[in-house]
Design a protein around this ligand. Structure first.
Ligand code: ADP
Length: 858
């Protein structure tokens, strides 16, 4: 057995091997140790291998799904080895000692789940494949639970941002690729060939050219090859539902890198869960598919005014008509998850219940279609969606006739094909029903005949039907002429058979078997209809999700008194009465009120420096404006009274290092790497929020960096920017930067206590209130007192020397400073260009190097 196990383990590679033995999946060796730890189950041992006992643990087959879910969550991948023949077949094949043949029937990995129980209803489950073809990154992504597949390409430095947007639960990449993303699953290089990808896609969709689906680059096709090959490997040759690929065009979505996404807590909060995230505060969808679509919208806000306005128009219509919205949400709420049911059916793992879900979902879609079509005031963009909601009449009729109202999840017992659909099946059922009734009648007859009132006819899996009497009456039936034959003697009872019973039982078995076979055949045929209509059904599912998102956004907006944003092309950001949806909800839960604040950025006033005490509301203000931009471009209302938003091409959010201590890496380095990315990527159409950048290092370093970064953003990037800082000294930037203005969050000391007003006002912050905040936070009075006297000393010293920023008066302007630096570089370049290297002796070359270095150092 171990030989068979080891051969399968070799095939399983770095996946844990679930080895089927009877009613258990067993794990051995290192796999057992990992599983025992993750699942918190007993680790035992068995036999020995190489002189040592073999570690082992196991999970019951009937509850394997729960264990699988936990292993996948812990980052494991699992190979399932099933018995592929019965013990009888094994004996027939190889004698009494023959081992039952086993084979890996499939792999279960985070990105390739279709089981309802293993998937989260409100989260898409994305598998991505990435590769590089001649300096271009190709990415293929699909959610196999619904079959959606997207291909895109990007520059190597944008790969991280693209993967962050996709939020894939599993990423595969070529095994020998040096720049592969961390934690990816390595796969053979050849599967990422673009020819391979093209051939695979053509085969999957049965087409001779991909032109009908769009234009795909070599890099996209390479990634698609890697993806489909992996799915093929994981499903052992059975591919899941894959819809035709869609090419995602570069630049159609607002770019956000990973740091921005996590700092804005879009889909998951800093706690690592959905709780406290933006999506949780926004999501009012009534279907899982709607929630998944909303999450995608928030991950990839649009950059096309037309497309944004089309979404907004629909939300606005539903916002203004609460009755209609209520009706629509009522219909949607009862909907099954059509997309995922289709995914299971096409993947060959569908149940009668899934077909029932398709029937119910598609008929309800039709009802929604009729409701919306009847409205003459419907907005234009709805007309693009409506046709997808209808058109499944024949399929719905067929399923309505063929299936019982609530079909079961199991096929093995039958009973899901409706009466009246197939006369032959009805007849078989009638025969077996008659036989069942006949058996009930037999019981009464045998009781009469024998006079044993305790006689019963029973059934079990081993004996089938039998007659059972208490032991004390058994003798009467044992006599040969009684008409009964003995079958089994139990502790208090004896079991018998009788000819008439045997005949009826055979009738049941035979007709039941035939009925099951007939139902199976119908099932396959019904599945075939869904498979042929898969693209249209997927389109219906997408349309339903889109309507749910719009209705949910409208609901959220009316709940919170939100505003319809105006999205324009000029680089401005004018928000009155803006609020932070997550902080506001958290405060409301405590019965506190959120103070709304305005923001007004434009070409002449691009950069706001925001000062004020800690806990004063600076971060909140920065983020609420970033979130309002994001929500608007995702096509939803925004938490504000009025909002005019100049389209943003890239959004950046950075938080000073000390807020992120938990991350482990040198946080200051992280902060600087992220800041560098902004300085190199932000354009005049971008929006940047910088929260206390520079505080991860010493005061002087931090101040100088914050100073230089603010100057560069103002003069070079020229993007819209909100910059929170506690360095008072930065306020002097207002003297040299004309599009920079000073603001602060207000605070007041009242009777010795600090009152934070969370209200934004113009002008620099008057003082830092650090000690007052410390007192508010519970630092003991003697410590505060001592700090006060230290502070007084420091401030005296500062007054005498001119303070931290003394000497900055004669600092040249930022642009001039850059020119000077460039001049110096050019002098060096000139000297280098003028050199005849071949004419130098080694000694001269070395001297020259020293000179050049001295020149570079100024
Ligand atoms: P800072 O960045 O200035 O240290 P934060 O933005 O982190 O301050 O805000 C600190 C706390 O103050 C928040 O957790 C929130 O409870 C409260 N707060 C912030 N802004 C507001 C506001 N506009 N209205 C009411 N409370 C606010």
């Amino acid at each position: 057995m171990m030989a068979q196990y080891l051969a399968l383990k070799q095939q399983a590679g770095d996946c844990l091997l679930f080895y089927r033995m009877g009613d258990f999946f067993e794990l051995f060796f290192h796999d057992a140790k990992i599983a025992a730890q993750v699942l918190d189950i007993a680790l035992t041992s068995r036999g020995e291998h190489g002189g040592a006992p073999i570690p082992m643990c196991g999970v019951p087959v009937h509850s394997a799904e729960g264990y699988l879910a936990r292993l996948i969550k812990a980052g494991c991948r699992v190979a399932i080895a099933e018995q592929v023949e019965t013990p009888e077949e094994a004996k027939k094949r190889g004698g009494s000692k023959a081992l039952v043949a086993r084979d890996i029937v499939r792999f279960v990995t985070a990105g390739t789940l279709t089981e309802e129980a293993l998937l989260e209803p409100r989260r898409a489950n994305v598998l991505a494949a990435v590769c590089e073809v001649r300096g271009v990154i190709g990415i293929a992504a699909c959610d196999i639970s619904t079959g959606r597949m997207e291909l895109e390409e990007c520059a190597p430095d944008q790969m991280g941002a693209a993967l962050a947007r996709l939020g894939a639960s599993e990423v595969v990449a070529p095994e020998s690729w040096e720049n592969a993303p961390v934690d990816c699953v390595p796969r053979p290089n050849r599967s990422f060939g673009s020819d391979e990808g093209e051939a695979r896609l053509k085969a999957v969709h049965g087409v001779s050219t991909l032109d009908g689906f769009g234009q795909f680059s070599r890099a996209m096709l390479g990634a698609a090859g890697g993806l489909v090959t992996y799915l093929d490997h994981v499903g052992r040759g059975a591919l899941p539902l894959l819809l035709p690929p869609v090419a995602r065009e570069a630049g159609t979505h607002m770019a956000m890198d990973e740091a921005t996404r996590s700092s804005l807590e879009i889909l998951i909060s800093s706690g690592g869960t959905r709780r406290g995230s933006l999506v949780e505060a926004i999501d009012r969808c009534v279907t899982g598919a709607g929630a998944r679509q909303l999450a995608e919208d928030l991950s990839a806000p649009l950059t096309d005014t037309g497309a944004i306005n089309r979404r907004l128009e629909l939300v606005s219509w539903l916002h203004d008509d609460p009755l209609l919205r209520g009706d629509i949400r009522g219909i949607l709420r009862a909907l099954p998850d059509v997309g995922r049911a289709l995914g299971r059916v096409v993947a060959g793992r569908g149940s009668p219940r899934d077909l029932g879900q398709l029937r119910d979902g598609l008929s309800e879609a039709r009802r929604l279609h009729d409701l919306l079509r009847a409205r003459s005031d419907r907005p234009g963009p709805l007309d693009a969606i409506l046709p997808s909601l209808a058109g499944h009449g024949a399929l719905c009729d067929l399923y309505a006739r063929a299936l019982v109202p609530a079909p079961p999840t199991e096929r093995s017992q039958g009973g899901y094909i409706a009466e009246g659909y197939d006369a032959a099946l009805d007849e078989l059922r009638r025969v077996s029903g008659n036989a069942r009734r006949a058996i009930a009648a037999l019981e009464a007859k045998y009781r009469d005949d024998t006079g044993i009132t305790a006689l019963k006819i029973r059934h079990n899996g081993v004996l089938g039907y039998f007659i059972e009497v208490p032991a004390k009456h058994a003798d009467r039936l044992m006599v040969p002429e009684s008409g009964f034959t003995h079958r089994q003697t139990m502790a208090g009872a004896v079991r018998f058979n009788a000819l008439a019973l045997h005949e009826e039982a055979s009738r049941i078995a035979e007709s039941g078997g035939h009925a099951l076979a007939a139902e199976d055949a119908h099932f396959e045929e019904l599945v075939g209809h869904a498979v042929r209509a898969k693209e249209a059904i997927a389109a219906t599912a997408a349309a339903l999700a889109r309507i749910d998102v719009a209705a949910g956004q409208a609901e959220r907006a009316s709940e919170g008194g939100w505003a319809l944003p105006r999205v324009v092309d000029e680089p401005c950001l004018e928000i009155s009465g803006g609020r932070h949806p997550v902080v506001e909800a958290a405060l409301a839960a405590k019965g506190e009120r959120f103070v709304a604040n305005d923001c007004a950025l434009g070409p002449q006033d691009r950069l706001w420096l925001v000062g004020g005490p800690n806990m004063g509301g600076k971060s909140t203000f920065l983020r609420q404006n970033a979130l309002i931009v994001l929500l608007a471009q995702a096509g939803g209302f925004v938490p504000a009274q009025i909002a005019t938003i100049g389209l943003v091409d890239r959004l950046f959010s950075r938080v000073g290092a000390s807020d992120n201590l938990a991350r482990g890496r040198s946080t200051f380095v992280v902060e600087m790497v992220e800041t560098a990315a902004i300085l190199s990527q932000a354009t005049e159409r971008s929006f940047v929020i910088l929260d206390e950048v520079g505080r991860g290092t010493s005061t002087y370093d931090g101040l100088s960096l914050a100073w230089a970064v603010a100057e560069a953003i103002h003069s070079i990037n020229r993007c819209r920017c909100l910059f929170a800082t506690h360095y008072h000294e930065l306020s002097r930037l207002a003297e040299s930067c004309d599009a920079l203005s000073l603001h602060h969050v207000r605070a007041r000391e009242w009777k010795g206590d600090l009152v934070l007003l969370h209200e934004l006002a113009e002008g620099p912050a008057d003082k830092s209130y650090g000690l007052a905040v410390a007192r508010l936070a519970g630092v003991p009075a003697p410590v505060i007192k001592r700090a006060k006297s230290v502070l007084e000393k420091l401030e005296k010293g500062r007054a005498a020397t001119g303070g931290l920023a003394a000497g900055l008066d004669d600092l040249p302007l930022f642009a001039a400073a850059i020119e000077a630096a460039e001049e110096k570089v050019d002098a060096l370049r000139e000297r280098l260009n003028g050199l005849d290297i071949d004419a130098l002796s080694p000694r001269e070359a070395l001297d020259l190097l020293y000179q050049l270095k001295a020149q570079a150092n100024g």
